[in-house]
Design a protein around this ligand. Structure first.
Ligand code: PEP
Length: 256
């Protein structure tokens, strides 16, 4: 089955309004002829509106890096799904390993966010992945299976059509240690098998599974060439226009 590549940048806590607009402007102009893949950048909350305005008229989409699952109320410091909708945001990254480890987000909380996003026309990019210690103890598959089962509880087959999964081995995020294409493919294929168990095979074959973990221009082709890798969630390299646009170019070339 043909799945359109999605190349997504996670800017984390980098880029204020001016830097976000400049980077969007550069990416927009360098990718103006790219039609075969989906492109997304996820700036910090404060720059979402400006980035979306800067991206207007292009195929570059703007996403958020997190959200809260209630629409409004006494949740000091949180940003709700309805506020993201208000900014015309299309995607939201959920369950990133930094949210899990630094901010203590559990699979149960992430599940509430996934359901709220899907129920309110936001496309969630659900991040899963094992730590280095878990991989060393041969627990990779058990961890991924449990994360998927818990984070996707209550998601209907119809809603799952709008789901994107990002397999991000925690040991590869921001470390420069990329999973080999073989290791990544093995995990992606396992994720797809689990999606088939949770939903059904047809749906599992249509859901995009992105790889995340030190993806850059130099290793993108080998990773994107794997049959179950449908794009990338890119941190550090997405802040560098040359790197990010080169990864986009690679995905475009492989799609043609
Ligand atoms: C990420 O933050 O999702 C990520 C994959 O970061 P990096 O590309 O820097 O490893």
């Amino acid at each position: 089955m043909h799945r359109k590549f999605l190349i997504a940048g996670n800017w984390k806590m980098s880029n204020g309004i001016a830097d976000s607009v400049s980077l969007v402007d550069v990416i927009k102009s360098r990718t103006s002829k790219i039609l075969s893949i989906d492109m997304l950048v996820c700036p910090p909350f404060t720059a979402l509106d400006a980035a979306r305005k800067a991206a207007a008229g292009s195929l570059l989409r703007i996403g958020a890096q997190n959200m809260y699952h209630e629409s409004k109320g006494a949740f000091t410091g949180e940003v709700s799904y309805s506020m993201l909708r208000d900014c015309n945001i299309s995607h939201v990254i959920l369950g990133h390993s930094e949210r899990r480890t630094i901010f203590g987000e559990s699979d149960e909380l992430i599940n509430k966010k996934v359901c709220a996003a899907l129920g309110n026309s936001l496309l969630p990019i659900l991040c899963i992945g094992e730590t280095e210690a878990e991989r060393e103890k041969n627990q990779t598959f058990t961890v991924i299976e449990a994360q998927l089962e818990k984070c996707l509880r209550g998601v209907s087959n119809e809603q799952a059509e709008n789901l994107v999964i990002a397999y991000e081995p925690v040991w590869a995020i921001g470390t420069g240690k990329t999973a080999t294409p073989e290791i990544a493919q093995e995990a992606h294929s396992f994720v797809r098998e689990q999606l088939a168990k949770i939903f059904n095979e047809k749906l599992a074959n249509s859901v995009r599974i992105l790889y995340g973990g030190s993806m850059k221009a130099a290793n993108a082709e080998a990773l994107l060439n794997q049959p179950d890798i449908d794009g990338g969630l890119i941190g550090g390299a997405s802040l560098i226009a040359d790197e990010f646009c080169s990864i986009i170019g690679t995905a475009d070339k492989l799609s043609l």
